[in-house]
Design a binder for this molecule. Structure first.
Ligand code: 13P
Length: 260
């Protein structure tokens, strides 16, 4: 039995509408009702957070509510942005920082990601720090330095105590939404190195306790094999989190891996 409770997050990205976000929430709650042994969160688009929260509350669900992004400043003149106070007010407990689409499509750099991550943990919420190499970086042999740089930079000035509220998500960019998954062995290799780095940057305790989850074309069919790797503590799921039965199968795979 492993000591880190697996975590599975459903990142809905810019998908769903008012009707389908509610239907999906109900579907996930029903499908996961009998599942314990894995911590689960869903990350709907901002406009649907409150409606999703009402459903989770009405059903007495333990699924946690997450947000896909935030702005690091307190409420003020920042047109178009969403503060952490607003997210907390909507019942959000977990926030993503540095998702690859925010890095590579929207243009966030390590410094912005670090600023957001610090604001999230300072607000008392849990942050999921997303890191991962592109295909070019992998093919040119830069997988380890890229991930190590993103981990160190993302966690700059984050204390060992605050690491209780940080989850690391390794999401190789070439595996996101492509149907290509890292092999369990390749993913384990990166996760093991990241855990070792946490030990160097912090200490053995932080390295042992911090959950490092995998993202990139995780499906019901490949989840359990990935999550059974010793340093893979669950997953961050995109496409497959939009189908309740598939997402439930992934969470079940995580729960089963915890007992291994
Ligand atoms: P896919 O599961 O669609 O590859 O997306 C992964 C991801 O980006 C989760 O944050």
């Amino acid at each position: 039995m492993r000591e880190r409770k697996p975590f599975v997050g459903g990142n809905w990205k810019m998908n769903t509408n008012r009707t389908t976000s509610a239907d999906l929430t109900r579907g996930v709650v029903d499908a996961l009702a009998p599942v314990t042994g894995a911590e689960t969160a869903i990350f709907p688009p901002f406009p649907y957070l409150l409606a999703v929260r009402s459903i989770l509350r009405d059903r007495g669900s333990s699924i946690r509510l997450g947000a896909q992004d935030c702005y690091h400043k307190p409420d003020g003149a920042f047109t178009g942005e969403v503060s952490l106070d607003m997210l907390k007010d909507c019942g959000v407990e977990i926030v993503l920082a540095g998702h690859s689409e925010r890095r590579h499509v929207i243009g966030e750099n390590d410094e912005i990601v670090n600023t957001k991550l610090k604001a999230i943990v300072d607000a008392g919420l849990t942050a999921v720090l997303c890191i991962g190499e592109t295909l070019d970086q992998r093919e040119s042999g830069h997988t380890d330095p890229v991930n190590q740089r993103q981990l160190r930079a993302g966690l700059a000035d984050v204390s060992a105590d605050a690491m209780e509220r940080v989850i690391i998500a390794y999401e190789p960019v070439w595996a996101i939404g492509t149907g290509k998954t890292a092999t369990p062995e390749d993913a384990q290799d990166v996760h093991g190195k990241l855990r070792k780095l946490l030990g160097q940057v912090y200490n053995a305790d932080v390295a042992r306790r911090t959950r490092i989850i995998y993202g990139g074309s995780v499906k019901g069919a490949n989840a359990e094999e990935l999550f059974r790797q010793p340093d893979i503590d669950g997953g961050l799921i995109g496409g497959a989190s939009l189908k309740a039965p598939e997402f439930a199968q992934i969470v079940k795979g995580a729960a089963a891996s915890a007992k291994a």
